[in-house]
Design a protein around this ligand. Structure first.
Ligand SMILES: C[S@@+](CC[C@H](N)C(=O)[O-])C[C@H]1O[C@@H](n2cnc3c(N)ncnc32)[C@H](O)[C@@H]1O
Length: 330
């Protein structure tokens, strides 16, 4: 029964963290402080603060540096990494995701009862996402991951022409362009979202190497001769992923590489429990979430020469399966 008690308790833990982030608690706890000092500084109730700090300690966000009746706490290394301004700042991305998942949870019963009509979100809604949560998630998670993969994987070394398919605000392309000065990148997204990317590109001063194209990836030609295509969390939203993959195969130069990173359904009960809370709302709305092995089969059928599942990586929603597929050299 304990796993199910844990589920119920997670609501309180999540709220404890949300409040800490809203108050910027972790930035203020570089130096250890006890509950009374924290309560005084943030104008909180001392008794409630004591329990709240203890819970945050239990969640690994705080370290307890002294024991006894009035323990002192300071920010833990992991909280310093994720929850402080400056470094890898995931605060807004996490709070946004929490709000959206709470909202999705509230819609589960009506969706089960009435079902949903799959209506792809229009470009304007995606543009709003590109300004807000996709932007935050790309800065916090997706762009650093893309840069890490380009540094780690020999197949990506020296690539010069990148297509970031469905790249939203363009933070992935911009981070890669910053990290690799020889890289030229094209971000393709709905016209409204591409406009957001265009502004970000201009602000970054990288318009000479990064451009944004507005279009529908299911219809419009993305161009050709790319030697690398980044496609993350995009195929969920198209009616015929197989057709888009065939298009991407054509867009690659011979020997070019596609990195395809998407959430997939779990092959085990444990994996399903990990993934589905994040993807179930999307699936109920009629979006595509591949079954285990399905993405590999789609890539092979699209004509890719080598297709390899490179394992799971941390991503905004849940770990995604990263596939590397190459177009045969001439
Ligand atoms: C969940 S976001 C992922 C953004 C980005 N690839 C990332 O991993 O952060 C999906 C993106 O695909 C874009 N998209 C979905 N369907 C599209 C279509 N038919 N044409 C162009 N863009 C599309 C959306 O506008 C959005 O920017």
């Amino acid at each position: 029964m304990q796993p199910y008690w844990n589920l119920a308790g997670a609501a309180v833990s999540a709220e404890a963290l949300r409040v800490a982030l809203a108050l910027d608690l972790f930035a203020g706890l570089e130096t250890a402080a006890d509950a009374e000092a924290v309560a005084g500084r943030w104008r909180l109730d001392p008794g409630a603060t004591e329990v709240w700090l203890e819970l945050l300690w239990g969640l690994g966000c705080l370290e307890r540096v002294t024991e006894g009746v009035a323990p002192r706490y300071r920010v833990s290394p992991v909280a310093a990494y994720y929850w402080r301004p400056g470094g890898t700042d995931c605060r807004r991305a996490w709070c946004n995701r929490l709000a959206r998942l709470q909202d999705a949870a509230g819609q589960l019963a009506p969706l089960l009862r009435d079902g949903a009509t799959p209506t792809p979100p229009p470009g304007a809604a995606w543009a709003e996402g590109a300004r807000r949560q996709i932007d935050q998630e790309q800065r916090a998670v997706t762009a650093p991951l893309a840069v890490a993969l380009f540094q780690e994987w020999p197949e990506l070394a020296g690539r010069r022409r990148l297509l970031d398919l469905g790249g939203g605000p363009g933070r992935v392309a911009l981070s890669l362009a910053r990290a690799f000065p020889d890289l030229r990148a094209t971000v393709l997204d709905w016209p409204e979202a591409a406009e957001v990317a265009r502004q970000n590109i201009a602000e970054a001063g990288l318009a000479d190497r990064v451009r944004a194209l507005g279009g529908d990836i299911t219809v419009d030609d993305p161009g050709e001769g790319y030697d690398v295509i980044w496609c993350s969390s995009v195929l969920h939203f198209v009616a015929e992923p197989a057709a888009v993959l065939r298009r991407l195969h054509r867009a690659l130069a011979p020997g070019g590489v596609l990195i395809c990173a998407h959430g997939e359904r779990g092959a085990t009960a444990e994996a399903s429990a990990r993934v589905l809370p994040f993807y179930l709302p999307m699936m109920l709305a009629g979006h595509f979430v591949p079954s285990p092995g399905e993405m590999g089969a789609l890539l092979e059928r699209a004509g890719f020469d080598t297709v390899e599942r490179r394992g799971e990586r941390g991503f905004p929603l849940a770990p995604v399966a990263v596939w590397l597929a190459t177009r045969a050299p001439r």
